[in-house]
Design a protein around this ligand. Structure first.
Ligand SMILES: Cc1ncc(COP(=O)(O)O)c(C=O)c1O
Length: 442
């Protein structure tokens, strides 16, 4: 009899479960147009099968700087590789080799990013002498944001061959995809709007990405980049995006960010009361919520921090969905089960064209909404909506207080923390964390 796997791969909407053999599917094969089920694939961990907590704690305290090597035993790609006959040292060596290829393309590979308390920010939030505000700084990460984490996690699952990869983006996700695809030696098609910023286009071209400019065609509704991207996927390209709804396998790589936070807390003997995360498509928040939830279930975190999300006043489909889930009046688990099979009553595209300084979180739909709502409900978090003045204030404050030159999307979590403090939702002595996710590119 073979041992039950610690990690399983299943659909959060319909419950379909994959056989753990490479290549794992990136989307649920049971999805049917119009079935109104939220078919996003996700991992499920059985904490009891992952080994003793002391062993896990020593993995989290491992000084190995590359998160994909340090946390490899928590990755589905590791589990699947071992089931296919790889050894653990072979997997670690392959991850190290891939990291050197990334460094050859981008000038840097993956190293644990800084996570440090800022006294000035804690004071700005009125957290008192016992309180602290911790900042996870992703601005120096591969390609200048956290996005490459998602894509390395996905690249570790990629089947070999010549099939091209595809993404619809003209921002951090496209830049990250081009670096990771380049390191993997894969063709990447990037679908961009005609008004994409020239410096980003130039960098993408430098990285060898195949740019497809997508003007609106007569009589067509919907985002032309997304339409052309979907045509490429239908023609056989592999989704190389940072959206779990397109490819559920992108989530795991994002989890390394939160695992690094857990490692830092273990090293410092600290606790965390709140994590405030900016949300566009929702993959980042989903990855953080899942990683922290698992760390709590594994006994690595004595308690789960409240996971709050931040969107802009001009587009907040997640906050709308969160309110609707609460309005069902059902206990959390039942409400989530209902929402998973009645998606259109909770998540639909924002009706008006949004505008904000935080351009990276203006997605008209929160694709990974269900897992994020689940994370907020499980932890007692809030779905925050912030105005433009607070987004600008947070961006200036982050630079002044910490020297971190993030863009306003990157500091939107801090804007959420300011909003929480002003709503009286933070107490003196609280320990709060925010993520500075992307660097300024002017
Ligand atoms: C710098 C930065 N932070 C945060 C986000 C939000 O991540 P997600 O779309 O996974 O919610 C984005 C998305 O583009 C981003 O570019």
């Amino acid at each position: 009899m073979t041992a039950a796997p610690a990690l399983r791969w299943l659909c959060g909407g319909c419950g379909w479960e994959a056989v753990l053999a490479p290549p794992l599917p990136c989307r649920c094969p049971e999805a049917r147009p119009g079935d109104d089920v939220d078919h996003v694939l996700r991992r499920r961990l059985d904490p009891a099968l992952l080994g003793p907590v002391d062993e896990l704690r020593s993995q989290f305290l491992d000084p190995e700087p590359n998160p994909f090597v340090r946390y490899r035993r928590l990755l589905l790609s590791h589990q699947v590789a071992l089931a296919a006959g790889w050894s653990d040292p072979d997997f670690a060596a392959e991850v190290g080799r891939f990291d050197r290829a990334i460094a050859a393309v981008d000038g840097r590979g993956f190293r644990e990013t800084p996570f440090a308390p800022s006294r000035a920010l804690a004071d700005a939030l009125g957290l008192g002498p016992e309180g602290s505000l911790w900042v996870k700084d992703e601005t120096g990460n591969v390609s200048g944001s956290h996005k490459a984490r998602h894509l390395v996690g996905l690249a570790l699952h990629l089947p070999g061959g010549e099939v091209p990869l595809a993404v619809a983006s003209c921002g951090n996700a496209a830049l990250a995809a081009a670096v990771v695809a380049g390191a993997a030696g894969r063709r990447l098609q990037v679908f961009v709007p005609p008004d994409a910023e020239p410096p980003v286009m130039a960098r993408l071209a430098d990285l060898g990405a195949e740019l497809a400019v997508c003007p609106r065609r007569a009589g067509e509704s919907g985002d032309p980049c997304l339409l052309r991207y979907r045509e490429a996927i239908a023609a056989g390209a592999l989704p190389f995006t940072c959206q779990g709804s397109e490819n559920g396998l992108v989530l795991e790589g994002g989890m390394t960010l939160a695992w690094e936070i857990v490692s830092a807390l273990l090293r410092a003997g600290e606790r965390l009361d709140h994590l405030v995360v900016q949300v566009g498509g929702g993959a980042l928040a989903s990855a953080c919520a899942q990683a922290l939830g698992e760390a709590h279930a594994l006994g690595l975190l004595p308690r789960l921090p409240r996971i709050h999300t931040v969107q802009t006043a001009s587009a907040h489909p997640l906050a709308r969905a969160f309110e609707r889930v609460a309005a069902t009046g059902l206990p959390s688990e039942e409400a989530l089960r209902y929402a998973a099979t009645h998606r259109s009553g909770f998540m639909w595209p924002w009706e008006t064209a949004p505008a904000s300084v935080a351009r990276g979180i203006l997605d008209d739909e929160t694709y990974d909404w269900l897992a994020v709502v689940e994370g907020m409900l499980a932890s007692g978090g809030r779905a925050l909506v912030v105005d433009e003045a607070t987004l600008v204030e947070a961006n200036e404050l982050a630079l002044r207080a910490t020297g971190i030159a993030a863009d306003p999307t990157g500091t939107a979590g801090l804007a959420g923390a300011l909003a929480l403090a002003r709503a009286g939702a933070l107490a003196p002595g609280d320990r709060v964390a925010v993520l500075c996710t992307g660097r300024r590119r002017e």
